[in-house]
Design a protein around this ligand. Structure first.
Ligand code: SF4
Ligand code: SF4
Length: 203
């Protein structure tokens, strides 16, 4: 799995959930499908009169979530940026060509009242619940940064093995200290709960 494949999966899902930050700080989520994908970027259409536009200009942070029928969750965290005026029409035409239904909403030249936002720098989390053990990885596009999450085991580990027994995914290897295989970790916290040495730390 890699970032490019995640974007290809988004394309097949077609309609994605876009979460933004509301003007009052509240969470806001919408279904968005007017999206064009490049290998390492996404471009999406909206109209400048929409609250969605206000939120993107005001804060810009977005989380985009897609879920496949194979139980794959793909979450992208980024800051959406307004595309420069010189490129706006080009991306609008590409998106409208790829998705003819949009002409029902903005017929003819009226499409050009719209604007385009781009996502070029992002963290992408891939989480597959349909395999055993579960599989998760983090990728980036552009200058996106990875924010580590989950659990790790510190030097306080006394090697008792209780965490490994409690783990529902058998994701903890013995050692000094014991080690969590992050690729197969559910982030359930069962290991931290049973550790007698408080060696399991939430990242
Ligand atoms: S958080 Fe859950 S899945 Fe991950 S290592 Fe601990 S017990 Fe296992
Ligand atoms: S339960 Fe705690 S002390 Fe025991 S092996 Fe796991 S991390 Fe180490």
């Amino acid at each position: 799995m890699d970032a490019k494949t995640c974007l290809e999966k988004y394309k097949r899902i077609s309609v994605l959930n876009f979460a933004t930050v509301g003007m009052d700080g509240s969470p806001q989520v919408r279904c968005i499908s007017a999206i064009h994908y490049e290998d390492n970027a996404m471009y999406f259409f909206t109209a400048p009169g929409k609250t969605f536009y206000d939120e993107l200009i005001f804060d810009g942070r977005v989380q985009i979530l897609g879920y496949t029928k194979f139980k794959e969750m793909i979450r992208t965290s980024a800051v959406a940026k307004l595309v420069d005026e010189s490129e706006r029409k080009k991306w609008i035409d590409i998106i409208f060509d790829e998705q003819p239904y949009l002409a029902n909403l903005y017929a003819g030249e009226k499409r050009y009242i719209g604007v385009i936002f781009e996502i070029k720098d992002a963290e992408i989390e891939y989480f597959n619940l349909g395999v055993n053990p579960i599989f998760r990885e983090l990728y980036t596009i552009g200058n996106g940064k990875i924010n580590s999450r989950g659990y790790e085991i510190s030097e306080k580990c006394i090697g008792c093995g209780q965490c490994s027994e409690a783990c529902p995914q058998h994701a903890i290897d013995s050692g000094n200290p014991y080690v969590i295989n992050q690729t197969h970790c559910l982030h359930c916290g069962a290991c931290a709960k049973v550790c007698p040495a408080n060696a399991v730390i939430k990242i």
